[in-house]
Design a protein around this ligand. Structure first.
Ligand SMILES: [Zn+2]
Length: 494
């Protein structure tokens, strides 16, 4: 590509929108009693309804409706008092009925918003609709190099996923974010994922496909007010890819326009390895799907008192939690984002609840523990150390029993399964040596071994003391209080 994102932004304004598919975490499928567990043997969670056998009839999963209402309320949407499912007709091997039961012109939730915090400011992303549908099965193309149907020798279909409740959350177009558009898109999906996780309606695992994004992108000549033609990049399956897909599509469209051509309305595929999109098929229009109201299902008409009751059970949402923690821990927006991005919010909050100061809890979880999680390729929450352990560790440091270096040894031992911090300290005999008499011998040895350094200090160069402190710390295996050692050496050589 010859036009970079930065060059594109000098001339054009990006506009993006996101369609996010979320698999709901209900125990059973949308219209039958088959269970929804991920990773089962292919075609073992199926029945006549989700296989689309003639004569079978769907029944709506009430829990899926409840979950969708929870999502709608959390996204500040209006909840329809009456709506219907619709048939979306298309042929595809992983759609056994040859139509998908979805919602069309009567979605359950409409017209909401989600506030997204980014770089210390807030962007309000409008939500156009939240509607229900069923997931398709999964095709596996075997024998080709790419796993795509092109070049494959044969294809297999697994209908375990067919009929799993899906919710599609569609934003309004988001203009006016300028250079930050790719990051705002990513921040929106991150915030949405956190909301859905907090609501307990989905496990939101992008790597397992329970959260999937299609990214709509267009560009417009800056200041023209005329929106450009949009493209839809399908199945963008990580947060990082959301950002990269917007960035690469903006640059590509700028190149198309700069060379005097027109952007074509089409679906495009995002390539994880190269970070670019390639042309898929030209975009279908709604009429291609011949939508009509689903005749096998009754309308959905949630009673207003039921909706109200669901609203009362919503948990504290991420935006409210953010405001609360920023206030009570005296954080800047950026400090909060660092904690959230490290996945350490729950751990830090639990550590503070267990008695640590917010500053100490943040220090350990964002420092030593984040580093170890990163080395092990896991989330901080998966480390084999509890918030109570970290709180106890902070208390031991605050009391002077441990210094930071010893505390890091304790962390290592706790992670290795040697017990609680107190057990490790007792078993390994780890504690700061603060008894001056115990340090004297080591200090004498360090001075004797480094006569030239001692002479320099005596001669008025106290900054040379670091060498001697280092020698004493080494001799005491890090268990001495370095500041105290320094004072004692300087006293001795005064
Ligand atoms: Zn079934």
């Amino acid at each position: 590509m010859t036009v970079s994102y930065e060059e594109a932004l000098q001339k054009y304004e990006p506009v993006f929108g996101l369609e996010t598919h979320v698999e709901l975490g209900t125990r059973t499928k949308m219209f039958c009693g088959c269970i929804t567990t991920f990773g089962a043997e292919p075609n073992t969670h199926t029945c006549p309804v989700c296989l689309g056998l003639p004569g079978s009839l769907p029944v709506i999963n009430e829990r899926a409706i409840e979950y969708t209402i929870r999502i709608g309320l959390a996204l500040n949407c209006s909840i329809a008092s009456w709506c219907r499912f619709a048939r979306k007709n298309y042929f595809y091997p992983d759609m056994p009925k040859n139509f998908q039961i979805s919602q069309y012109d009567e979605p359950l939730c409409t017209d909401g918003y989600l506030d997204v915090a980014i770089g210390g400011k807030t962007v309000r992303v409008g939500i156009e609709r939240v509607h229900m549908e069923e997931d398709t099965g999964k095709s596996l193309h075997v024998g080709g190099a790419t796993g795509r149907i092109q070049g494959a020798e044969y294809s297999l279909v697994d209908y375990n996923r067919a009929g799993i409740p899906l919710v599609e959350i569609v934003t309004k177009p988001v203009p006016g974010t300028g250079f930050l558009a790719p990051e705002v898109a990513r921040a929106y999906v991150t915030e949405l994922r956190d909301v859905l996780r907090t609501l307990g309606v989905s496990d939101v695992r992008m790597e397992e496909g329970s959260l999937r994004c299609d990214v709509n992108t267009s560009i417009t000549l800056a200041g023209s007010g005329v929106w450009g033609t949009r493209t839809e990049t399908k199945n963008v399956n990580s947060l990082r890819s959301v950002e990269r897909a917007v960035r690469s599509e903006v640059a590509r469209q700028a190149e198309v326009l700069d060379s005097g051509n027109r952007v074509i309305q089409e679906t495009r595929h995002f390539h994880e390895d190269s970070g670019v999109t390639t042309s898929g098929r030209s975009k279908e229009e709604a009429q291609d799907y011949r939508y009509f109201p689903e005749p096998d299902l009754v309308p959905v008409a949630p009673a207003s008192d039921w909706v109200e009751e669901i609203g009362k059970t919503l948990p504290e949402l991420p935006s409210a939690r953010r405001a609360r923690l920023i206030e009570s821990w005296s954080l800047s927006e950026l400090e909060f984002e660092a904690l959230r991005n490290a996945g350490a919010l729950d751990a830090v909050e639990a550590t503070v609840a267990a008695g640590a100061s917010p500053a100490d809890a943040r220090k350990w979880w964002l420092g030593e523990l984040a580093r170890r999680a990163n080395d092990a390729g896991i989330e901080v929450a998966e480390l084999a150390i509890t918030p109570a352990d970290v709180a106890r560790l902070s208390a031991l440091v605050a009391a002077g029993t441990l210094n930071d270096r010893l505390a890091r040894q304790v962390i290592e031992a706790v992670l290795d399964g040697e017990g609680t911090p107190d057990e490790v300290v007792a078993a390994r005999g780890l504690a700061v040596v603060s008894d001056d008499s115990a340090l004297t011998g080591a200090i004498d040895e360090a001075i004797a071994a480094n006569p030239d350094v001692a002479a320099r200090i005596r001669g008025g160069k106290p900054q040379a003391v670091g060498v001697l402190v280092g020698a004493v710390m080494k001799a005491t295996r890090g268990q001495a209080d370095a500041a105290r050692v320094k004072d004692l050496i300087l006293e001795r050589l005064a």
